[in-house]
Design a protein around this ligand. Structure first.
Ligand SMILES: NC(=O)c1ccc[n+]([C@@H]2O[C@H](COP(=O)([O-])OP(=O)(O)OC[C@H]3O[C@@H](n4cnc5c(N)ncnc54)[C@H](O)[C@@H]3O)[C@@H](O)[C@H]2O)c1
Ligand SMILES: [Zn+2]
Ligand SMILES: [Zn+2]
Length: 404
């Protein structure tokens, strides 16, 4: 069997390559941790990929802001049809159409047992937590490919109840592998509930998913900030208020909207590549969003921080940031008794409930993030368009199974 995949070549460049068809063993290759080479995956399944999305997390690697090696096969947002099951798989069957959480987790360690699947202890020899197609995440091969191996399949995958219905709603359901649960986790972490006022920094797909989630949770007002005008327009298209951070500190615009210069809940959907505010919007200032959320969020409030922060950043603005040390005004957060919720989203906590919300037409996540299907061969140009700030979520459709 042959296989084709999207691979990282070097800063600013990805290409479609021929790559081995998955076997039930983790083979050596770019980014594979030596301690994981030869690992048996009889608990895995092979999926024929139906939909696999390009993410802002991929962009950190593709922009050369990580130590990702050339040749790494990308892709952690995977939805597919099971075409082979490993010897030890009991319940997943060939023909099932499933969503795969981007976190790889074993279901057997202390953290998995406590529902913390984003920091599984058994899948990544480097550190707790793993993902497909990602630097320092153990070397599990990415899913922006025709076929992909999913380990611990009985534990990891979410089966859709009906194949035809799943294919009909695939552009919504594909968001269950990452951004919808991630945005929802950001909103839950920020304490969003009925009547909350919410500020979401970042109008990329994760920010728009967080805004959608805040609406679903009953927020009174959802304000989304960015400097990208098309993305702010996209946020307004489904009822969000917006703040243009290139005009200055968001606090003044928030006061104009709410009558008070604070919100109940703050969400960071930007991460370490944050731009400054106002006249500094042209330059990177990695602590900007964290500091501004502490300023904006009410005393006693929580900050949901799905935006990614790293322990090493070769392209950082200064020496401290190269080690992941940012100039945070932590004393302000302490003074206001803020809670910080960080880390990978434990997708499994949320994906079933959000699937039900999609299947019962309670939410339009694909429309809100402007899901845009493309072929595998269009991936390099979609990466470039996403990097330029296109107000879209690109969904790679390697087998032409998604209706256009
Ligand atoms: N924690 C998790 O589990 C998880 C999962 C998925 C993605 N992520 C992370 O979430 C973040 C967002 O992902 P995405 O796909 O939406 O990325 P994206 O790059 O498409 O969006 C980020 C947006 O932030 C905007 N921005 C920059 N500086 C800003 C500022 N100071 N204020 C407001 N907006 C600002 C950018 O213009 C851009 O539109 C990334 O860091 C990604 O790695 C985390
Ligand atoms: Zn992602
Ligand atoms: Zn585990």
């Amino acid at each position: 069997m042959s296989n084709r995949a999207v691979s990282y070549v070097g800063p600013g460049k990805v290409e479609v390559i021929d790559t081995p068809y998955p076997e039930f063993e983790l083979k050596d290759g770019p980014g594979v941790n030596p301690a994981n080479v030869g690992r048996k995956v009889d608990h895995g399944v092979v999926l024929k990929t139906i939909a696999t999305n390009i993410c802002g997390s991929d962009q950190h690697m593709v922009r050369g802001r990580t130590t990702a090696p050339a040749g790494l096969v990308l892709g952690h947002e995977i939805t597919g049809e099971v075409v082979e099951v490993g010897r030890d798989v009991e319940f997943v069957k060939v023909g099932d159409v499933v969503s795969v959480p981007f976190n790889i987790s074993c279901g057997r360690c202390r953290n998995c047992k406590e529902g913390q699947t984003g920091i599984c202890l058994n899948v990544n020899p480097d550190r707790p937590g793993s993902a497909y197609g990602y630097v320092d995440m153990g070397g599990w091969v990415g899913g922006q490919a025709e076929y992909v191996l999913v380990p611990y399949a009985d534990w990891n995958v979410l089966k859709f109840p009906d194949r035809d219905q799943a294919l009909e709603k695939i552009l919504d359901l594909t968001m269950l592998s990452d951004i919808f649960p991630t945005g929802f986790h950001g909103a839950v972490g920020a304490g969003v509930t009925v009547g909350s006022t919410v500020y979401v920094a970042g109008a990329g797909p994760v920010g728009l998913a967080a805004a959608t989630s805040a609406q679903l949770l009953g927020a009174a007002v959802v304000i989304v900030g960015d400097l990208n005008q098309d993305r702010l327009e996209q946020a307004r298209s489904f009822g969000c208020e917006t703040v243009d951070v290139s005009l200055g500190n968001p606090i003044e615009q928030i006061e104009q909207i709410l009558g008070v210069p604070e919100v109940d809940c703050g969400i960071d959907a930007v991460g370490f590549e944050a731009r400054g505010h106002g006249s500094d919007a042209g330059t990177e200032a990695p602590a900007t969003v964290l500091n501004s959320l502490m300023e904006i969020t009410r005393a006693g409030g929580s900050l949901g921080i799905p935006g990614l922060y790293v322990t090493g950043d070769p392209g950082a603005v200064d020496e401290a940031a190269k080690q992941g040390s940012l100039s945070m005004r932590f004393g302000l957060g302490f003074a206001k008794s803020h809670t910080f919720v960080t880390g990978q989203c434990p997708v499994m906590k949320y994906h079933r409930g959000l699937m039900q919300a999609i299947l019962h037409d309670k939410v339009s996540i694909a429309k809100n993030v402007r899901a845009t299907p493309i072929s595998l061969d269009e991936a390099p140009s979609a990466y470039a368009a996403f990097d330029e700030g296109a107000a879209r979520k690109f969904v790679i459709d390697p087998h032409g199974m998604i209706a256009r």
